[in-house]
Design a protein around this ligand. Structure first.
Ligand code: BGC
Length: 785
């Protein structure tokens, strides 16, 4: 019997276990119905292709199981806004023991624990329960989305009757997703190749736009540590299978389910691909699938780990962040990007925002460049939609969608319901145009860090030129001789339709200057490719001159005396509401009303301060401090994107106490559900922000033209911060202690490194060098012991 195999197994075969070191585990003890939805988000498993929430296999009154496949969007009839569609509940498993249903609410729980194993990328569950007749049983199992083979999902459950023998019935479902309000589900469809033959269960679904999604499964049963076969009856029905087996007290029965997922986005014949893939897996033991997955995670962690000695909470938060960032991305698919809640929940409909490029991308750039490249290629493939949006609004070049799904068209909803029930018009789809400069910024950062010329020449340059072209057509000349950008919204969404948002204007200016620098670089280093690209885009000297003039004339709102940047024209005239008594992280537009907030200086999230972070090198040191001290008290952190950037900046400015408090605030957004909305999925941008707060903030990492620099400020209690970054094919290992920095290089060639004010040095492959703090911001190199 292949699919429902009954095999003899040595006892050790069933002895898989979570990582021994508890510092790698996120543990949820017991079961709190009210927290179930947020736990499902936090405990999601994903591999960037398919993601599944951490729901209970047998369900509960408040379970909302959902699986999402990257790039599979659909619309409900009557709603034009596409949403990431909910796929089948592939892990559904209901059982009964001698007629008594196995469910949390129908048994006495003696112990229940869910564990997210951040190191191995595995969701574990342990449950010891007693049914009303006194039968005690133990369930112990795992679930993962394979990082080694992205089309594969695995669930494994061990069942041990502790004090009884009897008859167990198992209902193994593979049902179309249940219809629930607030989400879009895939629809069942007839298989193109007729009903699935053979041992596999197969479910064919389709989006209303015609994309096919196939889930195919094989189920296996084994008895641990015994040569005896488990007695088994099987019945196949429309939505699954029913198994009956007689279980013996003290023995452990292992049920494995291997699911393969394909869509017509990936291959022309997904049903066939799924069948063939399952066929290939037929001879592969589930433990081999587990081992390959664990190995793939180990390889990824080798580059991604950020270790903090002396602060367990920070360590756990960083591991949790990196876990979800690794799980969110797929380097093998350059036609999808990461939604605001990744593949862990339905909030924001799976849409892609600037969150990806500005908050998450640096993690990939410095720990897994192929993933960063794939994410940027998504923006390259969606360039036609960005050009169409610009054209529709009467501009040239490329204006990216504020919210993007599969095609890159603008999918921002036009209305939203506020928590108080009010219907609000959403203007960000028209006005948050800074996204075009944000994407150009990310392309340039990737290029700086990787020197991936193939990407630059075939995709990146076009993005930078087309976004620059947009800005040159977007500005309006003013009577003051300056160029202005009017009717705009910056990152601070509390202020709509403003003129000259400093973030937007300065990033647009940066975008134009970057395009000019790039044109010169291409002309010098790749003249033939430059001529070809310029010819194809119709770029000529006159247009470059126009970009230069526009960049020079753009109004940026900087006070030359103080260095203070006015967030937008007229901002200083608004009501100054004192936020010191308010709990920040609350939606101020709801608390005080949209109209009052719009007329006040309350800022939703880092806006001018976002600029200080992104263009750090361009802003004089005194102006960095002045802007931070001005805007920080006025920022309400109504967006999850905000606290981590404040942590980063406070750390860079040496205010480590404030930095640590913002770092903890950012960490708690998901881990303590501090904004109350983790049920909709983890906040992927906040998680990317946490990584940046550690690396750019506490370690003070800076990208230099020929290498990397560090100006560290560790918070009290952090004994060491260690991580590795990749830079142009080299790997730099960084270890920072309060008064010591150690840098070690690996790779084919040396790189320049600098620590604060100490002279930059060339670090040869295999070499390690050390610096010692001599004063607050002053370091000197010391001999390596
Ligand atoms: C923030 C945006 C963000 C979006 C998705 C909004 O609340 O203001 O900056 O892109 O959420 O995370």
């Amino acid at each position: 019997m292949d699919d429902a195999r009954t095999q003899a197994m040595p006892a050790t075969d069933c002895a898989f276990a979570p990582t021994a070191d508890p510092a790698w585990l996120l543990v949820e003890e017991g079961f709190t119905l009210a927290r179930e939805h947020e736990i499902e988000s936090l405990f999601a498993v994903s591999n960037g292709y398919v993601g599944t929430r951490g729901s209970l296999a047998e369900g509960s009154p408040l379970s909302a199981p959902a699986t999402f496949v990257a790039g599979i969007f659909d619309c409900d009839p009557g709603d034009p806004v596409p949403a990431l569609a909910v796929a089948p509940d592939w892990m559904q498993l209901r059982g009964s023991v001698d007629g008594s249903e196995v469910k949390l609410d129908q048994s006495t729980t003696l112990a229940h624990r869910r564990i997210l194993d951040l190191k191995q990328g595995i969701f574990w569950r342990e449950w010891l329960f007693q049914d009303p007749s006194g039968r005690i049983s133990r369930l112990h199992g795992l679930r993962f989305a394979s990082l080694a083979d992205r089309h594969v999902l695995v669930q494994s459950m061990l069942f041990t009757p502790v004090n009884h023998s009897g008859r167990v019935h198992l209902e193994i479902g593979l049902d179309p997703p249940a219809d629930e309000p607030g989400r879009v589900e895939l629809m069942p469809a007839a298989p193109a190749g007729g009903a699935a033959a053979g041992p596999a269960q197969q479910l064919v679904l389709r989006t209303r736009r015609g994309t096919a999604v196939i889930f195919a499964a094989v189920n296996r049963l084994r008895v641990c540590g015994s040569a005896a076969a488990a007695p088994l009856q099987r019945a196949r029905h429309e939505s699954g299978e029913t198994w009956t087996l007689d279980v013996e007290m003290g023995r452990t029965y292992r049920f494995d389910r291997v699911v393969v997922v394909y869509t017509s986005r990936d291959v022309p014949q997904p049903e066939q691909a799924a069948t063939q893939h399952l066929e290939r897996l037929r001879s592969v033991d589930t433990d081999a699938l587990i081992a390959a997955h664990v190995h793939a995670w180990a390889a990824r962690w080798q580059h991604a780990e950020v270790a903090v000695a002396g602060d367990d909470a920070a360590q756990r938060a960083l591991r949790f962040a990196c876990y979800h960032l690794i799980a969110a991305a797929n380097a093998e698919d350059e036609r999808v990007s990461i939604g605001a809640r990744a593949l862990t929940g339905a909030s924001y409909k799976g849409h892609v925002f600037w969150d990806t490029e500005i908050f998450m991308l640096p993690f990939y750039v410095f720990t897994d460049p192929p993933t960063a490249r794939a994410l940027l290629m998504y923006r390259y493939h969606t360039l036609p939609a960005a050009r169409a949006k610009a054209q529709r609004l009467g501009y040239r070049g490329a204006l990216y969608a504020w919210e993007s799904a599969d095609t890159g068209e603008e999918v921002t909803p036009l209305y939203a319901i506020a928590p108080d029930g009010q219907v609000l018009q959403v203007l960000s789809g028209q006005q948050e145009q800074h996204i075009s400069a944000d994407i150009a910024y990310a392309v340039w950062q990737y290029w700086q860090a990787t020197h991936d010329a193939d990407f630059l020449l075939h995709a990146g340059a076009e993005i930078i030129f087309e976004t620059a072209r947009f800005w040159a057509s977007r500005v309006e000349p003013g009577a003051d001789g300056r160029d202005h950008i009017r009717r705009i919204m910056g990152p601070d969404e509390y202020h709509e339709g403003v003129d000259d948002n400093a973030y937007t204007n300065t990033m647009a200016q940066w975008n134009l200057e970057c395009a000019l620098e790039l044109a010169a670089l291409l002309e010098k280093c790749w003249p033939a490719q430059w001529a070809g690209l310029a010819g194809r885009l119709g770029l000529d000297e006159a247009e470059l001159r126009q970009w230069r003039d526009t960049a020079r004339r753009l109004y940026t709102g900087v006070d030359p005396q103080t260095g203070l940047i006015e967030q937008f024209r007229g901002y200083y005239q608004l009501e100054d509401i004192d936020l010191s008594a308010c709990e920040r992280g609350l939606a101020m537009d709801v608390l005080l009303g949209q109209a009052r907030v719009q007329q006040s200086r309350i800022v939703k999230q880092a806006d001018v301060l976002m600029l200080v972070h992104l263009l750090w090198e361009r802003i004089p040191p005194a102006a960095r401090v002045a802007n931070f001290r001005f805007y920080e008290p006025r920022t309400a952190h109504g967006s999850s994107l905000s606290p981590a950037i404040h942590a980063l900046l406070a750390a860079r400015l040496g205010d480590t106490e404030l930095a640590l408090s913002y770092f903890r605030q950012a960490a708690e957004i998901d881990l303590s559900n501090k904004m109350g909305n983790a049920a909709g999925g983890v906040h992927a941008a906040a998680l990317g922000g946490l990584w940046q707060a550690a690396v750019f903030g506490f370690a003070g990492m800076d990208l230099r033209p020929d290498g990397l620099a560090f100006a560290p400020h560790l918070p009290a209690g952090w004994q060491a911060l260690s991580f590795a970054v990749q830079w142009r094919g080299r790997r730099l290992r960084v270890r920072i202690e309060p008064a010591l920095v150690e840098l070690g290089a690996e790779g084919p060639a040396p790189l320049m490194v600098a620590v604060a004010d100490a002279a930059p040095v060339k670090l040869a492959p295999g070499q390690r060098r050390r610096w010692q703090r001599v004063a607050r911001d002053s370091w000197k190199e010391v001999p390596h012991e």
